[in-house]
Each structure stands twice: as C-alpha cells, then as structure tokens.
Design a protein around this ligand. Sequence first.
Ligand code: NAD
Length: 356
Amino acid sequence: MTHDVVLIPGDGIGPEITSAMRRVVEATGVQINWNVQDAGAGVMGEYGTPLPEHVLEAVRATKVAIKGPITTPVGTGFRSVNVALRKEFDLYACVRPCLSQPGDGSRYRDIDLVIVRENTEDLYAGIEFDEGSPEVVELSKLVEASGQKPFAADSAISIKPISIARSRRIVEYAFEYARRCGRKKVTCVHKANIMKATDGLYLRIAREVAERYPDIEFNDKIVDATCMGLVQEPHDFDVLVCLNLYGDIVSDLCAGLVGGLGMAPGANIGADVAIFEPTHGSAPDIAGKDIANPTAEILSAAMLLDHLGETDAAERIRAAVRATLAEGSQVTGDVQRALTGSAEGAVGTQAYADAV
Ligand code: NAD
C-alpha cells in the first residue's frame, strides 16, 4: 500500500534534516507518495502569506504530514506557521516522548517519559493587544470594575483562555495514551496556586478525569517544582500533561535530559489530521552546514509510521537509530561534543542518516 503524506521541509536546518529523514524512511521499503509543500518566510513574496491555502488543502487531503521546523520572526512580523497549522487542524494533543538512547551523550540514563501538551489555547492562543491600544484601555476598565487593580495604561496584554472542554480533552488524551502505551502515572503540570481561575480550572478538570482512570496513578505538580524535579529525579515522572506554554518549556528541558533538541521527536494529533515534527526549531545558527542532528526528525517519522500502521518499519527505524548511537563512530557534532567535549570526529547530517 502507498501512503500519501505531505512533507513540509521548512527552513533553517529543516531541508537538511527532512531530506535525511526521507532517505531513512525510504530505506524501510514503506511506499510513501511525498507531497512536498513549502511554507514560511520563503513563500511570503509569492503568496503574501507564510501558510498558503494550497498547503492547507494538501494536508486536508492526506490528513497526515511531517514537517521540518519553520522560523517565526521574534517580536514583530508574521505569527507562527507551526501554531497556525495546529489551530487550523485542531491538533490539540502534542505528544513528545523523551527516551534515553545508549550513547546519546546525556548526563542522565534510562529516561523514559512523555509530555502531552495542550496545543490550542493558553497564552499560545495569540490573543494580544499592544500597549496603548483601545482594547487595553477597555480591558483595564473591566478589570477595575471587577474590583481588581487595573494594569498600567502602557501595558501590553496577552489573554490566557483555558476552557473546560479543552482541558478535559487533553487530560483524557493523556490518560488514554497512558493506558494504550502501558504507562503507570500521569502528572498534571500547572500553576494553580497563582492562576486560580485558569490553571485552577484545568487542575479541577484533571482531578475529575483522573477519577475515571483508577488503574493509572495520578498526581499534580506546580510547573516550577516540576522543572526542579525533572532535573533532580527525572525517573519520578512518566506522562506529564501540560498546558500549552508550560508544555513548550518543559519539552525543551526534557530534550536536554536525553541528549538535546536534536534527539526529541513529536507529534501534533487531532481528531482527523496528524502532523509530525521535532521539538526543536529551525536552528539558524547551524543551518546549511550539514551538521544538524536529524535524529529528532527521523524519530518523528517513526511516530508517523506508527500512525500509518507501519509499526514494523517504525520499530526498525528506532532500532537503527539506537544501534547507530550505541556504536558511536558516526554521530553528529552535538552528540560527539556531549560525549568527548569536542565535535572532532563527528560526521555530517547526511552521513549519519546513511549510517542509520
Ligand atoms: P532552536 O530549537 O532552533 O535551537 C536552539 C539550539 O539548539 C540552537 O543552538 C540550535 O543550534 C540547537 N539545535 C536545535 N535543533 C538541533 C538539531 N537538530 N541538531 C543540533 N542542534 C540543534 O531554537 P531557537 O534558535 O530559539 O529558534 C529558532 C527558530 O525556530 C525561531 O524562529 C523559532 O520560532 C522557531 N521554532 C520553530 C519550531 C517549529 O517549527 N515547530 C519550534 C521551535 C522554534
């Protein structure tokens, strides 16, 4: 059977790591009809948007895509294409497994945890108002009328929507995932001591959902304490269900436990569509040099193959990555540096993919 999959190479290191990923997937023999689509700053000139309608159409048709990272301008400019894709297809669950590999160069061993990040609301909703805008003035009046101290008139404002339905949906996803994958514990990550309305609602819903899963252990932890716990005793964690922004930050922290961003794959899952991508960004500092680590992209492809029902090929890819890292003579500079303190003797992105 041939699978139709949209491939968005992205920018920065995206084209290099997706081409490495594609060769690894093709080596499994699984038949994929790649529908390659460009998005990001590179298409702005031609289409007037970083996410043209024909790209969305292509994903709508295949219902499955894998992408490289796409750069988002900092502070000003267009909003994140990555976030726009998650919103457009309601890819509400971001699943990011962090698994130690032999020879990954990390200070930690035997890490095996999964972050389930809510992907559609929170401060990531992108509802913002500039300082001095009429909306800020109106909002300030509302705050004052509610008996709370109004914010300064020169404030910029971000809105943090957290809904009952979406909180329930993500926590249920985390528990269902835990059951399906034989995981023992779900930890709800929040800051409900300070954000009593938003995070408080989320925690309340999480506790309600947990009651329905007596076979899975449940606890909750404040996000700051979670970060310390992850660094000090990461083996205490199993599945972490996080609001969007905390999930973003905790994902990078957890990538650091398993050898760095080059190692951490991910999936954005919705009811109809799934888009696979690594945790990391476009890494402009190392783009175009054939030195990026494509492991995160390759392991994202293994998650894609699982999703397509090609579980044997997925497992073969994971085994090949494990074996290549364990053997250790053909690893990329980030891993080599972590292992020996210098990138000397490392191989390039494509040579590593050949070894895999
Ligand atoms: P980044 O994740 O791109 O890079 C952080 C650090 O990790 C850099 O030093 C980089 O060289 C290193 N790194 C990342 N991936 C690596 C890999 N595969 N191999 C080796 N080293 C790797 O974060 P950033 O620099 O803050 O962001 C760059 C751009 O990426 C920004 O525009 C950001 O918005 C965007 N971004 C996109 C996505 C996405 O496409 N889903 C995710 C995160 C960030």
